[in-house]
Write a protein that binds this ligand. Sequence first.
Ligand SMILES: [Zn+2]
Length: 198
Amino acid sequence: MSLYPPTLVRLIRELSRLPGIGEKTAERLAMHLLRSPRVQAENLADSIRDARTAMRLCSLCFGLADAELCPVCAKPDRNTGVACVVEQPSDLVALERSGAVSGRYHVLGGILSPMNGVGPTDLRLRELFARVDSGEVSEVLVAVSPSVEGEATAAFIREKLSGRARVTRIATGIPVGGDLKYMDGLTLRRAIDNRQEL
Ligand SMILES: [Zn+2]
């Protein structure tokens, strides 16, 4: 039998379900919430509920949005002719933080992986091709991860869009600060393949 009252037990249990939060941390967080000003705890509860209620997918790129368009697609200064294809919304945010992408995005929701039963119809590829066919997008920049599955996904997109749009792929290779002797074969191969004139 728990030494805490049931309402507190429930709070600790819910907190301990969060990633990286063990029982002890959940207990500490719960105590903190009880000690902090009431309004602070209520703001936390409200923000969780509001985010869950409002969150939807951008009707254009399938990134996270709480309106018809996500914050990136809603920006007036984007190069709308370029769609940067990523796997997940978190990849979109990482690329956007880098400031390197001037176009809009397209979140696939994964990559092709026959081994795991993920085929073309499981991804938002049809929606990507529709953006090309509508004339909105003229360049598709494939920015999925450089893995065997990622390369297969890029090749599939390239083949399907052949003659319909320019399809480009992010260059990959040795990361800044990386050490050659720790690189895997695929990374080294891509680094050599994507070499530039000096
Ligand atoms: Zn969007």
